[in-house]
Design a protein around this ligand. Sequence first.
Ligand code: IMP
Ligand code: MG
Length: 185
Amino acid sequence: MQEPDAASTSEFNSPNLEVLIDSQQLQKRIREMGAEITRDYAGRRPELICVLKGASIFLSDLARSIDLNITFDFIAVSTYGKGTNSTGEVKIVKDLDEPLEGRNIILVEDILDTGLTLSYLVNNFRSRGATSIRIATLLNKPERRKIKVDADYVGFDIPDKFVVGYGLDFAERYRNLPYIGVVKV
Ligand code: IMP
Ligand code: MG
């Protein structure tokens, strides 16, 4: 097999990407968030609900920073389609495996943008009888909010730019970048 040309195929060092938050900053902040959650939920057994696919990498690092007897579940919703503009519609594409009755939920999301996804999920989870619901989001774009949603744990507030990496995609690409980057247009 022919070796690909590393310089032209590297996704990690793409000339079309500008680093916004590097991997050290991500790891440091996620450890702090895990410590906060460990403190706030001492003596309890919260359930982390990961919003697929974007939050999967954040969940895996955050969960390992929480020193409690936690459990996970996964939900997938569709909002954005393949482009960069929200359609405003939220639909559950893959539902949770376990009931929420009586659970203390931490919703784990990659980015809080317009707020449509998280406000829909919070209402939905409330109606299923969760005891408490908090939100942990890695990124927050306050300027873009259309519906009021307050996250309890926020990794980084970022400007109104389309970001990729560390789980976040553009047309399914870039999810495996170890940093948060901005696609140069
Ligand atoms: P919201 O419902 O508008 O708050 O959008 C949340 C979802 O939109 C996130 O879970 C992401 O999947 C997607 N999204 C919003 N902003 C970005 C971005 O800058 N890059 C990649 N995905 C984004
Ligand atoms: Mg997402």
